[in-house]
Design a protein around this ligand. Structure first.
Ligand code: NDP
Length: 244
C-alpha cells in the first residue's frame, strides 16, 4: 500500500524557482503542509498564494547556519513538527579550473554542499522523531564529472557521499534518504553562468534536446516519498531521453 503525504510537514529549500518550486507545488497537491524556503521571498509569497494547500514562505539562505536553524524552527513552530526535508537549493557556475574566479567555487561549495549539510543537521532531530525522510537533490554531475564542471561535480559527489553516510546512520531509526540525480532540466540554473563559453554550451545543449521539465523531477520525488514505509528508494537517476 502506498504511503500518503496528506498532512505531512515538508521543508523544501530553493523553492523560489525551477525544481524546488515544482516540487513544493506537487507535494502541496498531495496534501502536504509545505514550508518553502529561499532568498527571493516575493517569489515564495506568490508561490504560497497559488499552492493548493497550506504553504509557509520562509526567508532562507542555506549558506547561513543561523538562517537555516531559524527556518527549521519556524517550520516546526507553525506545523508542529517536520516529516520531510527536500534539500534542493543549489547553484551551478561552471568554467575551467585554470584561471577560475574562485569566489564562484566558494559559492557552490557553501550552497550545494555545506548548505545542504547545515539543513540536514538542523532538521535531523525532528526527522528522527517522526521517522521522516530526506530528499537530496544531487545531479548526474554527482556521478560523472566533466571538463569545465569540476567544482559543481565535486559538490554533487559530496552530496552523494554525505547522503550514503547519513543513510547508514539513520535507516535503522526509520528515516529514509533519497538521492535524486537529474540530467538537464529547463530551469533558471544555467542563467547564472558567467563563463561565456559555458553559457553558450548550456544554451546549445538545451536547444539540442527535449529537456526535462521541473515537474518531471517533482513527480520522481513524489514517487519516492509515497512508497510504503519499508521501501526506501535511495537513488533516482533521471535524464532526458535525448541526453547522451
Ligand atoms: P534554479 O536556479 O531554478 O533554482 C535554484 C534554487 O536554489 C532557487 O530557488 C534559489 O532561490 C535557490 N538558492 C540558491 N542559493 C540559495 C541560498 N544560498 N539559499 C537558499 N536558496 C538558494 O535551478 P534548479 O531548479 O535547476 O536547481 C535546483 C537543484 O537542482 C539544484 O541543487 C541543482 O544543482 C539541481 N539540478 C539541476 C539540474 C538542471 O538541469 N536544472 C540538473 C541536476 C541537478 P533564491 O535565489 O531565491 O535563493
Amino acid at each position: 500500500m502506498s504511503n500518503t503525504l496528506d498532512g505531512k510537514v515538508v521543508l523544501i529549500t530553493g523553492a523560489s524557482s525551477g525544481i524546488g518550486e515544482a516540487t513544493a507545488l506537487a507535494l502541496s497537491a498531495e496534501g502536504a503542509r509545505v514550508a518553502a524556503g529561499a532568498r527571493r521571498s516575493e517569489r515564495l509569497e506568490a508561490l504560497a498564494g497559488k499552492a493548493p494547500g497550506e504553504m509557509l514562505a520562509l526567508d532562507l539562505d542555506v549558506t547561513d547556519q543561523e538562517s537555516v536553524r531559524a527556518a527549521v524552527g519556524r517550520t516546526v513552530e507553525r506545523f508542529g513538527g517536520l516529516d520531510i526535508l527536500v534539500n534542493n537549493a543549489g547553484v551551478m557556475l561552471p568554467g575551467p579550473i585554470a584561471g577560475a574566479d574562485v569566489s564562484e567555487w566558494t559559492r557552490m561549495v557553501e550552497t550545494n554542499l555545506l548548505g545542504s549539510m547545515y539543513t540536514v543537521h538542523a532538521a535531523l532531530p525532528y526527522l528522527l522523531e517522526r521517522k521522516g525522510a530526506v530528499v537530496q537533490v544531487s545531479s548526474t554531475s554527482g556521478r560523472i564529472a566533466s571538463a569545465g564542471n569540476g567544482v559543481y561535480a565535486a559538490t554533487k559527489f559530496g552530496v552523494t557521499a554525505f547522503s550514503e553516510a547519513l543513510r547508514q546512520e539513520v535507516t535503522a531509526q526509520g528515516v529514509r534518504v533519497v538521492v535524486v540525480e537529474p540530467g538537464f532540466v529547463a530551469t533558471e540554473l544555467t542563467g547564472h553562468i558567467t563563463d561565456p563559453t559555458m553559457r553558450d554550451t548550456a544554451r546549445r545543449l538545451a536547444a539540442s534536446m527535449r529537456t526535462l521539465q521541473p515537474g518531471d523531477i517533482a513527480d520522481a520525488v513524489v514517487y519516492a516519498l509515497t512508497q510504503p514505509e519499508h521501501v526506501a528508494v535511495n537513488e533516482i537517476l533521471i535524464r532526458p531521453t535525448d541526453q547522451t
